[in-house]
Write a protein that binds this ligand. Structure first.
Ligand SMILES: C[S@@+](CC[C@H](N)C(=O)[O-])C[C@H]1O[C@@H](n2cnc3c(N)ncnc32)[C@H](O)[C@@H]1O
Length: 333
C-alpha cells in the first residue's frame, strides 16, 4: 500500500515518475525533486525522502569508495554546515558500526571540501543521509519528512468527538491519496462518520463533503472539523440517494459501516455497499477514482468490475484478529 499511495500521490499532483527499485521500506523513484517533496508531505506512509547521490553494495570499503567519488561542491557552498546521518532500515547489517561510519563519511566530505565547510549537528544547511538495507547502501541529501506530529494530533482519542470506528489518520490519508484527490478537488465521503477522511482530504487542499445518515454522528463530525478549523459541507443523507448531480464530484474515499459497532440501519451490508456504489459511480466524474475500505468477507459480494467502473488496485490492511480491511480503488470509466 505505501508504494501504491506514493504512485497515486504523484499521479494526483501531475508528476511523471518511474519506480526504479524497491527494497524493504525503501523505494527508489525517478521524479522531479519538487514532486518528491510534495508527495512526501501529502503521504500517510512515506516517512521521509532524500535525493539520491549513489547506491552501492553493503560493505564499508564499497561505501567509502563511493563517498570519495562524489563532487560535494554540487551540494555544499563554502562555509556551509552539514551533518551525516546513517540509519539502519529494520536493523539490517548489524556488523556495521553506524556511529563510526557517520564519522568516516563526515571526515571524507570535510576533506573533499578542503576543510571549508563545518559539521553542524544542530541546524545544518544540508543533511547527508545513508540508509543501510539488507543488500544496498543508499546515500543522498535529505529532502523532507511527513509531519508525524500533525498526524498524531488528529488521532481519534484527541478529537472532541470520539467514535471507536474511526480509522487511523495514516490509513485515512493513504485512502484519500489512493482516490487521487488533488488540491481544490471536490472530495466526497458518503459514509463520513466522525470525519477522519474529511480531515485528511482538507489537509491536502481538497474541498471535503461528508454524508452520514446518523444525525448525532454528523454533529460530532462537525465538532471535530471545527476543532481543526476545517471548512466542510456536511449533509444528513443516505449514501444510496446522494443529493448531487451526475459527474459533479472529483474523488471519493470512504469507510462504510462493517456491521460491528457502526450502524447499518438494518440494511444488509453487502446490499448497502452495492446500492451506494451504483450512486457513487453516477456522481463521480469519468476517469476519476473511488477508494472503498471493505471487510474482506463482503468484498466479493459487493464489488465486481462493472460497465461503470474498473477495479484498479486492491490492498489488505490488518486491523485486529477479527478484522482485515480490504481497500479497493475503482476508476470510473
Ligand atoms: C465506519 S463508520 C465511518 C467512520 C469514519 N471513516 C470516521 O472517520 O469516523 C460508517 C458510518 O456510516 C454511517 N452510515 C451507515 N449507513 C449509512 C447510509 N445508508 N448512508 C450514509 N451513512 C451511513 C454510520 O452512521 C457511520 O457513521
Amino acid at each position: 500500500m505505501p508504494v501504491a499511495e506514493l504512485r497515486a500521490s504523484l499521479e494526483a499532483e501531475g508528476y511523471s515518475y518511474k519506480i526504479l527499485d524497491q527494497q524493504r521500506r525503501v523505494i527508489l523513484v525517478e521524479v522531479n525533486p519538487q514532486g518528491a517533496l510534495i508527495a512526501t508531505r501529502r503521504s500517510g506512509f512515506v516517512n521521509y525522502s532524500m535525493q539520491l547521490i549513489f547506491h552501492c553494495s553493503m560493505t564499508e570499503p564499497a561505501i567509502l569508495h563511493a563517498v570519495n567519488n562524489v563532487d560535494y561542491h554540487h551540494w555544499l557552498n563554502k562555509s556551509a554546515g552539514f551533518s551525516v546521518k546513517v540509519t539502519r532500515i529494520q536493523r539490517e547489517n548489524k556488523q556495521l558500526n553506524v556511529g563510526e561510519l557517520q564519522r568516516k563519511i563526515g571526515s571524507r566530505i570535510w576533506s573533499a571540501m578542503d576543510g571549508k565547510v563545518h559539521v553542524d549537528l544542530e541546524v545544518p544547511d544540508i543533511v547527508f543521509l545513508g540508509l543501510i538495507t539488507s543488500t544496498r547502501f543508499y546515500f543522498g541529501v535529505y529532502l523532507t519528512a511527513r509531519n508525524r506530529r500533525e498526524f498524531n494530533q488528529r488521532r481519534s482519542p484527541r478529537r472532541p468527538f470520539f467514535n471507536p470506528d474511526t480509522i487511523h489518520p495514516k490509513i485515512a490519508r493513504a485512502m484519500v491519496n489512493l482516490s487521487r484527490s488533488a488540491s481544490s478537488d471536490l472530495f466526497l465521503d458518503p459514509f463520513c462518520g466522525t470525519g477522519g477522511l474529511l480531515l485528511e482530504a482538507s489537509s491536502i487542499g481538497s474541498i471535503p463533503i461528508g454524508i452520514d445518515n446518523d444525525r448525532r454522528i454528523l454533529l460530532g463530525c462537525r465538532r471535530n472539523l471545527n476543532h481543526f478549523e476545517t471548512h466542510f459541507l456536511g449533509m444528513h443523507a443516505d449514501a444510496r440517494v446522494l443529493p448531487f448531480r451526475s459527474r459533479s464530484i472529483d474523488a471519493i474515499a470512504t469507510d462504510p459501516p462493517y456491521g460491528r459497532s457502526s450502524s447499518t440501519r438494518k440494511a444488509g451490508i453487502a446490499a448497502l455497499l452495492k446500492a451506494s456504489l451504483i450512486r457513487v459511480a453516477d456522481v463521480i466524474n469519468p476517469g476519476r477514482c473511488i477508494c472503498f475500505a471493505i471487510p474482506l468477507k463482503y468484498f466479493k459480494e459487493s464489488i465486481i468490475d462493472s460497465k461503470e467502473y474498473a477495479i484498479i488496485e486492491e490492498h489488505s490492511v490488518y486491523v485486529h484478529r477479527s478484522l482485515t480491511r480490504h481497500i479497493v480503488v475503482l476508476k470510473r470509466k
